[in-house]
Write a protein that binds this ligand. Structure first.
Ligand code: GLC
Length: 737
């Protein structure tokens, strides 16, 4: 036995050292392979197609470098075998998929994950996604989506981390680490793809794909930070965005893709277009035809073409015509080959075809998805502490989202399977005697005929849980809305339940912040669940029963009316900030003089403020912040701001608070946001418990891109808050010299 063990040890050392050597000399291997490739084979690597078997011949001819949207391990192995064993050079395919918030086990949509303010659980979710997706043969996902979003009319707010750059950074880096792991050659490592570079969420009017007008300074201070942080965290790929920024489509923007991404940030990963975003430069009026668009995108710095078919058709001609240099082609192919070597695809191109079903929905995966869902749900209102529903035996469960296993998974849940979804109805039946009257068949249903059945059923119930929100299709790509009120007859249903006089708990299950002010007036309590995924129902039941206590916080501002968009907490003050004395529509005297109402920045109908601010979220307990002090009131740029404070749980439930640290730079060489999130921490306290806490904030974190486009901390006076949301707390002033 000893001899065998020794031999095995020797083998392990040999394999390990080979793997190390392989990783160490990736670039040598890239150069050696590149030197053998024909121009046609190089172009083939730059071509990504959606499909598998139908491209077998092209794959055998070396005309395909990557495929997407195939998740059957048998098909993936089959087409991979053609690439590896039947093409001239045997270069393996990159197999990709949109694994946005889970593969089989679906986590809350990314805006829900952001609401956890818990990078650890988000990283765990990305790791679970990678384990399940790579088991099918997928080694590249088009996630995390890092687009800052300030306008909930835009359907893709569902896919990002909301309006704040700091939160965006924390969540993006967590997902990159979770997807890729430590060792990229590990078969469970899945290349991340940070997207959509850049400014896609600033689409005018919140209308998807629309134009954006973003200054370089706004790009650098707001839209770049998460991309830069993820590049620094080792993101292996990046995707260009559909939109133009100041008239230049990102897929043809060499300032973005060369000067910023490669020169300034040192990105050595691979750049892929969005779906046909190269070809769409024709529609933009930025390219004459597909051949022109191909030249523009490649010369701007794109390495791989997703589904425009332009590269495979025109690059050879463009090189022969001298419009694209061989150096440009070689650099693009280097980036692609480097990624394939880094992922160990040459050593390990195939997947175990029995693995996918073994790892899908593993208990630990479902447990992580449930924990993430619990932390993602925000307690918006809890009048008279109606929640948690205790001492209650019979409840009426109603509404179109109470038992919607498909829609509960949310947008971009391609490979989730609704038969595994636990809905609120299913989960609540384990805790209460449930009377179920859906009333509405789906979120847009405006048929109120069945409301009377619910009213009748309410008579037998101690309390009512109304599950409303959005079908999955109402958010996500190309699904913008100009009106953010609950669709169909959902609001009527809520009001009818309120009229019964029974306690009413509303659970909103949606893909974005909706305008729910009128619904709040018609209910006692409201939980807001951004499409919470496979285990969402169990999470909701745990919160309703009190087994869990809400800790979620809003990653986006909630509006009173869609007309307030775009609205975000970290806005400039303006020269005429609202001062709370605004005269509202119904208070305006007749024949009021032109300037008689005061001239500040607000709306006559909705006033100024949002419905709920960024970072807002209630608990079943209350927290008190006290003794907030800074160790110094005058600091140098190399200092740390040492913040001390006490946090007390002043209520009756053990609970977790997301403590938030905000800063304001009072005067700058350009106007500055009224507040900026600079840190947060999750703190769990027992009832009555007080913890003395500290947070060390580097003064260097106060840097911004200033009037001279320098990234600096400008001296002067600052304010700092330690609070439970972006609108609370008392400011502490300090100075930087
Ligand atoms: C889509 C999306 C992008 C996605 C890609 C592949 O149009 O914009 O986010 O990754 O195409 O499905």
């Amino acid at each position: 036995m000893r001899i065998i063990k020794f031999a095995l040890t020797l083998m392990a050392v040999a394999v390990g050292s080979v793997a190390m050597a392989q990783t160490a000399n990736v670039d040598e291997r890239v150069e050696e392979l590149l030197s053998k490739m024909t121009l046609e084979e190089k172009i083939g690597q730059m071509n990504q197609l959606s499909g598998g078997y139908q491209f077998t011949d092209m794959i055998r001819e070396g005309k395909v470098g990557s495929i997407l949207n195939i998740v059957d391990p048998v098909e993936i192995n089959a087409v991979q075998r053609v690439a590896v064993e039947e093409s001239r050079l045997g270069i393996p395919l990159l197999v990709s998929r949109d694994v946005i918030h889970g593969f089989r086990t679906i986590f809350p949509i990314p805006i829900g994950m952001a609401a956890t303010f818990d990078p650890a659980i988000v990283e765990q979710g990305a790791r679970v996604s990678a384990i399940e997706a790579t088991a099918s043969g997928v080694r590249w996902t088009f996630s995390p989506m890092l687009d800052i979003a300030r306008d909930p009319r835009w359907g893709r707010v569902a896919e990002g981390s909301g309006e704040d750059p700091y939160l965006d950074v924390q969540m993006g880096v967590a997902m990159v680490k979770g997807y890729q792991g430590e060792d990229f050659t590990d078969p469970t490592s899945m290349a991340a793809c940070i997207k959509h570079f850049v400014g896609y969420g600033a689409a005018e009017g919140g209308r998807d794909y629309n134009t954006t007008m973003i200054s370089e300074r706004a790009l650098r201070n707001t839209y770049f930070p998460a991309f830069k942080a993820c590049v620094d965290a080792g993101a292996l790929t990046l995707m260009t965005s559909f939109n133009d920024v100041d008239g230049i489509p990102s897929t043809g923007n060499d300032w973005l893709l060369q000067d910023i991404l490669r020169e300034e940030w040192g990105f050595d990963g691979m750049v892929v277009t969005d779906w046909n975003s190269s070809g769409e430069m024709i529609a933009h009026g930025f390219a004459e035809d597909l051949k022109d668009a191909t030249a523009i995108s490649i010369n701007a710095g794109v390495d791989m073409d997703m589904m425009s078919w332009g590269y495979i058709q025109y690059v050879k001609q463009l090189v022969e015509e001298g419009r694209i240099s061989m150096e440009t082609i070689d650099n693009a192919v280097r980036n692609i080959l480097r990624l394939k070597f880094r992922l160990g695809l040459f050593e390990n191109p195939y997947v175990d075809e029995t693995l996918a079903r073994k790892v899908a929905y593993a208990p630990e995966h479902l447990a992580a998805a449930k924990q993430c869902a619990v932390e993602s749900i925000i307690l918006i209102q809890n009048n008279n502490n109606v929640l948690p529903l205790k001492g209650v035996e019979t409840i009426l469960v109603t509404g179109p989202m109470a038992d919607a296993p498909y829609d509960q998974l949310g947008t971009w849940a391609f490979d989730g399977e609704e038969q595994h979804t636990v809905t609120p109805l299913t989960a609540l039946r384990k805790d209460y005697n449930v009377i179920y009257e859906p009333v509405l068949a789906y979120s847009r249903d405006d048929n109120t005929a069945n409301i009377k059945a619910a009213k009748k059923a309410a008579k037998k119930a101690d309390a009512i849980v109304v599950c409303v929100g959005e079908e999955a299709i109402l958010s996500g790509e190309a699904h913008s809305l100009s009106n953010l009120n609950l669709q169909g007859a959902q609001s009527e249903l809520i009001a009818a339940m309120k009229a019964t006089g029974k306690p009413v708990v509303v659970v909103v299950i949606a893909g974005r912040p909706l305008t729910i002010e009128r619904d709040l007036a018609e209910c006692d309590a409201m939980l807001y669940a951004f499409h919470p995924g496979t285990m969402g129902g169990e999470a909701i039941a745990d919160l309703i029963t009190g087994r869990e206590v809400p800790s979620g916080k809003l990653p986006m501002t909630f509006l009173r009316d869609a007309g307030q968009a775009p609205f975000y907490y970290n806005h400039p003050m303006t020269g005429r900030p609202n001062n709370g004395t605004e005269t509202l529509l119904n208070d305006i005297p007749l024949k009021a003089g032109q300037t008689s109402l005061g001239c500040t920045s607000y709306y006559l109908d909705t006033g100024y403020g949002p419905l709920f601010p960024f970072g807002y979220g209630l608990s079943y307990t209350t927290f008190e912040y006290s003794n907030i002090t800074l160790d110094k009131s005058v600091l140098n740029k190399s200092d740390y701001i040492h913040i001390d404070f006490d946090l007390t749980n002043t209520g009756d439930y053990e609970a977790t608070e997301v403590v938030q640290i905000y800063v304001r730079d009072l005067v700058g060489s350009v106007v500055r946001p009224v507040k900026e999130l600079k840190g947060f921490m999750r703190v769990t306290l027992k009832p009555g418990e007080t913890k003395h806490l500290m947070y060390d904030l580097p003064v260097s974190d106060l840097a911004f891109w200033n009037r001279d486009m320098e990234y600096v901390v400008e001296p002067g006076e600052f304010q700092l808050w330690v609070a439970g949301d972006s609108a609370s707390g008392e400011a502490i002033t300090f100075e930087v010299r």
